[in-house]
Design a protein around this ligand. Structure first.
Ligand SMILES: C[S@@+](CC[C@H](N)C(=O)[O-])C[C@H]1O[C@@H](n2cnc3c(N)ncnc32)[C@H](O)[C@@H]1O
Length: 533
């Protein structure tokens, strides 16, 4: 951290803060986006999802109670009718009415409401899109959890050694399919492509019913409940700056770090003194996140995240310099444009420390962020591929080290949590290894090692690297496709159990090679993401 970081003058502070005021509602833009949406919606195009995204952007750019907003909701309700989403249509009509002060749309809305109500009564459950999809089975840990940490199976213990730093080990033999951890993210940001499709707080897909933050054009929510939780937990500290950072850096790590800082300040309700005291009590060496009181403890997630690993780089490294500059911008915004401003005192140590905290979180996120992925089916090949929709930082999952041939896999659940599932048997006393995006099946050893050194600062010596496992083509199985097509929970679970039994037998007698284990991994991913949750 440059020495002069906290000593910059008031002039620079003002300059920084002014530059951040670039996001705001814009009724002209809202109207333009709505017209673009209409073009997509038109019978010649029928690109309904593109139309909905444009209407959502129009809603986000409009002001509360404006005619532009009423129009965009009204248009979105029409797309819902085309897609036979009558309940969503009624929701949009209600929202449009609330914004249609002069009543310009009153008649149209009344008529549309009557129609949508009639259609809703006439359709059977199975004809409503989404209704045949079974609700998520509640995924459970395969072992009793720690009493103080219900997210973690009590067979996991944290250890530490010079090679790996902290790591997770099991004291019981684990079999393929065991669920050993289900963690909640500390911070999570959507990829730009998903901002107008998913809720910015719970991150579930809700393109037909999103409502906007009233102060910025970036955040939309699936409900007033999510909007208000996001606002109090972190959004009031990041609102508007998110847009600025997205525009100027385009770096999702920065947005994630910013959200982590915002959440931390939100958690401590602006009390920087208490926050700094808490931080001073934390020691990487002494704190074991598995032994913290996650049930009744106060602000435990902050304690666990604050002590996560970060990458040491040379002070003159460009990445380091950029982090310091960004941290400074964050600092300026926080102390001059948020609720912290009222008590701002440039000589107060806790206030000076805000920038240092921003810098620290930037570095932690570089080392611990992981993408949340969904499976998308590419037509016409009908192949599934993983698409990242968010970047997240988990307090406990971040304790997992990397292997290019991992034995656990992290599955993103629809409710925003992430489950750690065993994908290769692990003997008692064995370490759990996840994959940081450098898998031996897809990437050669030199490239993997170079990438891991650059991104995470270590040289990989996992089994796949030591023995130079060959890369391999993904193995395709019709059975995976069949299971996905059924979208039937009980049947999917039965088929999954059958397949697991076969693979286990094959691993036991040596018939199943690495490639098939990898296929099982993909199978799990598809099953959990697409069918079971
Ligand atoms: C997400 S953290 C994992 C937990 C970390 N060991 C800790 O003490 O907090 C990532 C960091 O762990 C270390 N690490 C992860 N996998 C490793 C491996 N296979 N070999 C050596 N170090 C590893 C690296 O320092 C890396 O930057």
């Amino acid at each position: 951290m440059p020495d002069n970081f906290l000593r910059a003058g008031q002039q620079r502070l003002t300059h920084c803060a002014e530059r951040t005021l670039v996001d705001g509602k814009d009724l002209r833009k809202a109207a333009e986006l709505c017209v673009e949406g209409n073009a997509m919606h038109h019978n010649n195009m029928k690109r309904y999802m593109d139309a909905v995204k444009l209407y959502n952007r129009s809603i986000a750019h409009s002001t509360n109670g404006s005619q532009q907003r009423a129009q965009a909701y009204w248009q979105r309700s029409k797309v819902c009718v085309k897609l036979k989403r009558y309940a969503d249509c009624l929701q949009n009509i209600k929202l449009a009415r609330a914004s249609d002060g002069p009543g310009l749309l009153r008649q149209k809305l009344n008529l549309a409401e009557q129609c949508a109500r009639r259609m809703l009564l006439s359709v059977t459950d199975d004809a409503t899109p989404g209704s045949i999809r079974h609700e998520a089975a509640t995924l459970k840990l395969s072992f009793p959890a720690y009493e103080n940490a219900p997210r973690v199976a009590n067979c996991l213990v944290m250890r530490r050694n010079p090679r790996y730093g902290r790591y997770l080990e099991t004291n019981k033999a684990l079999k393929v399919g065991d669920v050993v951890m289900i963690d909640n993210p500390y911070a999570s940001v959507l990829e730009p492509e998903f901002c107008y499709v998913r809720c910015d707080h719970c991150q579930r897909p809700a393109p037909f019913t999103l409502i906007p933050c009233e102060h910025c054009t970036n955040a939309m929510y699936c409900s007033f409940e999510c909007l208000s939780s996001a606002r109090t937990q972190y959004h009031e500290f990041e609102c508007r700056l998110v847009h600025h950072l997205a525009e100027t850096t385009g770096d999702p790590f920065v947005l994630l770090a910013w959200r982590a800082v915002a959440r931390t300040i939100g958690t401590y309700r602006y009390n920087l003194r208490t926050l700094k005291q808490r931080r001073n009590m934390l020691s990487k060496i002494e704190v074991n996140p598995l032994l913290l009181d996650w049930v009744d403890g106060q602000n435990i997630a902050f304690s666990a995240v604050h002590i996560l690993a970060s990458l040491a780089r040379a002070p003159n490294d460009p990445v380091e310099a950029r982090a310091a500059q960004l941290a400074w911008e964050m600092h300026c915004h926080l102390v001059s444009k948020t609720k912290l401003t009222a008590n701002y005192d440039p000589d107060s140590v806790p206030y000076q420390w805000v920038g240092e905290m921003c810098y620290h979180f930037l570095k932690v996120m570089q080392c611990n962020a992981r993408p949340a992925q969904l499976m998308r089916r590419d037509e016409p090949e009908g192949r599934y591929r993983a698409v990242p929709f968010a970047l997240r930082c988990y307090p406990l999952i971040s304790l997992l080290n990397h292997s290019c041939a991992p034995n656990v896999k992290c599955f993103d659940l629809r409710d925003g949590r992430c489950a750690v599932v065993v994908i290769q048997p692990i003997a008692a006393g064995g370490q759990l290894f996840a994959n940081y995006g450098y898998d031996y099946l897809q990437t050669g050893r030199d490239e993997r090692r170079e990438g891991l050194q650059r991104d995470y600062g270590f040289s990989c010596n996992c089994n796949a690297c030591e023995n130079n496992y060959p890369t391999a083509e993904p193995f395709h199985s019709n059975r995976v496709d069949t299971i996905l097509r059924t979208r039937d929970m009980p049947e999917a679970a039965r088929n999954m159990a059958k397949l697991l039994a076969e693979v286990k037998e094959g691993v036991g007698d040596g018939r199943v090679p690495h490639q098939q284990l990898a296929e099982l991994e993909r199978y799990f991913q598809l099953l959990y993401c697409e069918v079971l949750n």
